[in-house]
Every structure is written in structure tokens, then in C-alpha cells.
Design a binder for this molecule. Sequence first.
Ligand code: GLU
Length: 450
Amino acid sequence: MPYVHDTLTRLAKSSPAQTEFYQATEEVLECLRPLFERAPHYHDHSIIERIVEPERQIMFRVSWVDDAGRVQVNKGYRVQFNSALGPYKGGLRFHPSVTSGTIKFLGFEQIFKNALTGLPIGGGKGGSDFDPKGKSDNEIMRFCQSFMSELYRHIGPHTDVPAGDIGVGAREIGYLFGQYKRLTGRYEGVLTGKGLNWGGSLGRKEATGYGAVYFAENMLSAKDESLQGKTCLVSGAGNVAIYTIEKLYELGAKPVTCSDSKGTIHDPNGIDLGLLKQLKEVQRISLESYLHEHPDAHYISARDYPQDGHAVWRIEGDSAFPCATQNELTEADAKALLANGVTCVSEGANMPSTKEAVDRFLEAKIAYGPGKAANAGGVATSQLEMAQNSSMEQWPLEKVDQKLKQIMADIYRQCADTASEFGEPDNLVLGANIAGFRRVADAMIEQGVI
Ligand code: GLU
């Protein structure tokens, strides 16, 4: 069908130089071929043309004053991609690599991810090229206040509800919330990932990582296997990686790696979770310091590593959990993982595997859970936070975790059933994209041409 090529050509012209966005779009559109053969009415309603175009994109200047008294300027973004299923929902990413294309790719993925949760949330994303690394608390606060001074007029509990992503955690959400409240005079659930004693949900911080592990358990149990006793490779050292590691231990697996932008730790005895939390959540310092307490662990500096790939994927293990960032797992990495006998990959990050790497996993028919399904536990729990805020309740951790577990099981079932319906039972990429798309597209048709 020519529509994939035509759409990508049109996007390349109208929205130039957004390679990650084209990559995400191509994957979704390729997967929809069998659906369009059976349901051509989606073409008649021009759903593709509409769904690849954000409903609204906001770009703004963020000026702030650093500790030396100098004026700094960053770019701010919010892409309100699709509201067919509910208010725009998706995180904010603060990282120097962020461009409008990054935010568009993340927003596009978010539409289908949020649809898969079965909850009433549309897709959006935002962020800035601001680099939180090395900034003082006061600088972070001033930046967040300036960012919110523009964003507040575009968001609200029934219109758009941002949350965290890379570089945005509880500290940043706190400063953003404070400024929203100051500007609007309203104390409401306009952000998720809030502090636990002022409107946050128990279990939200852990949810993305826990969810990615629950998703892996679902994939494995369909093959009469489990994570018990498995050696696991985890990349990243942020919120998603930390709570992936925590849940892996709870389920009897042994996570042996983690990584940050400077290097990879391989601890064959199992990652020291308490130390990892201390280094990354409290001290916010490089993983290299892990060696001070565990001199027999291995540290592989990113500088000493070849361009094509990531050291973490060359280590032996049974299951892999990419929890760092997009395109961190290349085709060469996928081949190395398969050669080492990895049988399960569950993505905690957004689009961490390149297209070629995904193709290798699908060809090998291993249990492969794409990010938009496997990491949906974070945003799903954000919706649980919204529900608690609107009813002025706080649910116990057990209730939130029970719901998260059920949501992950339902997402897995939906992806697996849809993959079977279209004749490729092992292909959860196909299942996730068709199931997510169908829910959004049907709502768009019922709501008319808008
Ligand atoms: N940034 C997360 C994601 O990629 C969470 C978004 C949210 O909780 O709204 O899904």
C-alpha cells in the first residue's frame, strides 16, 4: 500500500528533520496494513492524515537567571497530539538532546500507549532542551517556574495533564505545581507524579518499572516460563531502571547491570539496589562511584565503547530491560543479545530499540514487548492519580499495585489477542499498534471531522 510512503514523504516535506518522529510513524503505519485491508473505512475518514498531525503544538522561550546572575535561555515545548480519548496526557522531558522532533515522536507514541491502557486519556508530551545536570536546586526551581509561567495557560485537569519523563521527577513536578498554583490560584490535579503528602499517588514513582516487569512476566507465563532465577540486563539508572531492578528482585530474578550516560556497571552478584538509589536519587552522581563500595564489579566507560551500540547488551543474560532512552539498542546489540540466548525483551523506555533491532527480535520470535505496551504502567498509574485527585482520596499502595498489575495483564492480553486476530500471534508490535490505533480511530470517527 502506498500510504506509508506517501505519508512519510509528506511529513518529511511539511515537518522536516524529525527523524525520530518518522521512525515512530513508520512503525505504526507499517503495522496497520492488515487492518486497512479489512477495514478500508479508516482511509475514507482520512484517519492517517489526521492522526499524524498534532492537534496543537506550543513552543515558547524559557528565560531564567542562573546562580552567577547570568540570563539563560532554553526552548520549551508542549505537543497536544490527540484528545479523542480524553485530556492530553504525557510527560515532560528536560534533556539537552530535546528538539521539537523528539517531543513529537514521544507524543505520537503516547497516543497509542495511552489508548492501550483502556483509560480515558489522550496523548501529549512536552519538555525542554534544558540540562538539569549540574544545576543547583535554586536553578532548577527558577527554570521550572519560568517554564510554567508560559505553560499554565495551556493546561488543566480536564484539558492537559503533564507528568515527568527523563530529567523531570518529584522535585521538578513540585516546583512546576507550585508555580501553577501561584498563577491560577487553583489547587488541582493538573500534574501527576506529585509528592505523596500533597496529592501524589502511592506507587506512581515505581509504576513504569514495575509495569515493565509485570509485562515481561505476562509474556513469559504465556510460554510457561517465569522470571524466577533469570539473569536480567537493565540499562539506565533513572526512575524506570531503578524500579525495574526492584521488582525483578521481588520476583526472584537477578538484575546484574545498570548504566548512565557515562558508563555501564556489571555486577555479577546482582546490582546493589540500596546503593544505586543512594547514588542516583539522593546524591545524583555518576555510576562510577558504585565501584567504591563494590570494587569487584565491572565498570565499562562509554568513552571506551564503540559507537554502534551499548556495552550493556553485550553482557550475558536471559532477559533484557532497556530503560534508558530512544535508539539505545541497535541491530548489532540485538544480534549480540540473541547470540547470548536472551529470550525476553521488555522495554521500559520509549522506542529504545532501532527498527532493525526490532526486526531481529521479531524474526527470532522471542518474547518482545514494545515500549508503548510494556512501559504503559507509568501513565496508567498517572491516570489513577488523577482519579484520586478528583475524588479527593488517597488509595493504599496495595490497591494501586493491584490495579497496575491488572492493567498490565489486560494490555498484554489485548496485544496478544490482536496479534493472533491478524495471524501473527508472536508479534506484539503488530498487536499493540493495531489495538491502540483502533481505539483512537474509532473515537475520532464517532466525534466527527475536527
Ligand atoms: N513519561 C511517561 C511516559 O512516557 C509517563 C507519562 C505520564 O505519566 O503522564 O509514559
